[in-house]
Design a protein around this ligand. Structure first.
Ligand SMILES: O=C(O)CCC(=O)C(=O)O
Ligand SMILES: [Fe+2]
Length: 368
């Protein structure tokens, strides 16, 4: 049954999230969760000053000379935090054409007796404060405001699914780690594939609860795959964040909330405007984490039947890799760890060579 699927991405207004308009907000949220997996959010409670200062500092970070960036290269960190050079990350078995810095809620590394997968949490690698004064403060502030917004959504989602508003409380750690990626997509080199463009990031689903994406420039490029396999553009709308559902939320709701495949295509025309070249595209996703020790089968949410019947498509065409679904039979921590090791193989090779070798062979039971 592939007859109907979304062709546009809904726009929700956060100012409706408090009564008396809350029922309308929850109804739009329900439709977005169940049938699209993506929505824009207007009037998010993130201060314009925080956002602008964060973008300004982020652009300075990319302008540092390569040797300064390499001081905080991700390969130095067993926690997958820091700088990844252009082409260092792999998605859907192909290198991505993007340069990025990964930061996260500042937390200590796990102790030696904790499971290996807990190493996806640990301290950040911060750039030299004298090179970009105020950088750390601007990132901390932005991540903290987005985290506060993110932490309101489990309650809204529960209510949108007609579940008690505290339903998801048990799935988060205290404190919970969230991740912030700073991404630069340079214009594509040479000719690109006409149909799909040059791969900025290949087709994938995010692995967390929700992702909160700030598109920092006006480029087209982000595309969302509807259930029939068609790619729908998700260009930046001024004053909005793009929010999408990750595999953790999808698994926790037994697939009622849909984690939708997306990609960034770098077509040469996306880098041109009527007044000339746009330069690189910048984007800044925050990935909302969930408890690492959680496994989908430990949580059995009873979603009301009238919500389950809203799910329109029983078959979904997706270009994302399927491996995570297999891995997900273990804990979320294991799944996330393996996804990180295979995406950042230089880090995997340096810190977890055995896990990488086994992951690459597609073995799934190696962390037991
Ligand atoms: O750059 C974007 O707009 C999206 C990036 C993305 O999907 C990701 O990093 O997971
Ligand atoms: Fe993504």
């Amino acid at each position: 049954m592939l007859s109907s699927s979304f062709t546009t991405i809904p726009v929700l207004d956060f100012s409706q999230a408090s009564s008396p308009s809350k029922p309308a907000f929850l109804a739009s949220l329900r439709e977005a969760l169940v049938n699209v997996g993506f929505f824009y959010l207007r009037n998010a409670p993130i201060s314009v000053q925080t956002q602008e200062r964060f973008i300004e500092k982020a652009l300075c970070l990319f302008e540092l000379p390569l040797e300064k960036k390499l001081e905080i290269e991700m390969v130095n960190s067993p926690h997958f935090l820091g700088y990844s050079r252009l082409g260092a990350e792999i998605t859907a078995l192909k290198p991505d054409h993007r340069e990025q810095f990964d930061f996260a809620t500042e937390l200590p590394a796990p102790g030696p007796k904790e499971p290996l997968y807990r190493n996806v949490v640990g301290p950040n690698q911060w750039p030299d404060e004298t090179a970009i004064p105020g950088f750390r403060e601007s990132v901390d502030k932005y991540l903290s405001e987005v985290s506060s917004l993110a932490e309101l959504f489990p309650g809204f989602i529960a209510e949108a699914l007609d579940l008690p508003s505290t339903t998801f409380n048990q799935v988060f750690d205290t404190p919970q780690q969230h991740k912030l990626k700073l991404i630069k997509y340079p214009p594509p080199p040479g000719a690109s594939n006409k149909e799909s463009g040059f791969q900025g990031v290949g087709p994938h689903k995010d692995s967390g609860f929700l992702t909160f994406l700030l598109q920092g420039t006006s480029h087209y490029g982000l595309e969302v795959q509807n259930k029939t396999g068609t790619w729908i553009p998700a260009p930046p709308l001024p004053g909005t964040l793009v929010i999408n559902i990750g595999r953790s939320l999808e698994a926790l709701t037994g697939g009622i909330c849909t984690a939708t495949t997306h990609r960034v295509s770098l077509r040469p025309e996306n880098f041109q405007s009527s007044i000339g070249p746009l330069g690189p595209r910048f984007s800044f996703p925050v990935f909302q984490g969930v408890s690492l020790d959680l496994s989908a089968d430990k949580i059995s949410l009873k979603i009301p039947a009238h919500i389950c019947t809203l799910v329109k498509n029983d078959k979904v065409k997706s270009d994302a890799e399927g491996t995570f679904n297999e891995i997900f039979r273990g804990s979320i921590g294991e799944g996330t760890f393996i996804a990180r090791v295979t995406s950042h193989q230089d880090v995997g090779q340096r810190w977890y060579p055995e896990v990488l070798a086994k992951a690459l062979k597609g073995q799934k039971d190696f962390l037991t």
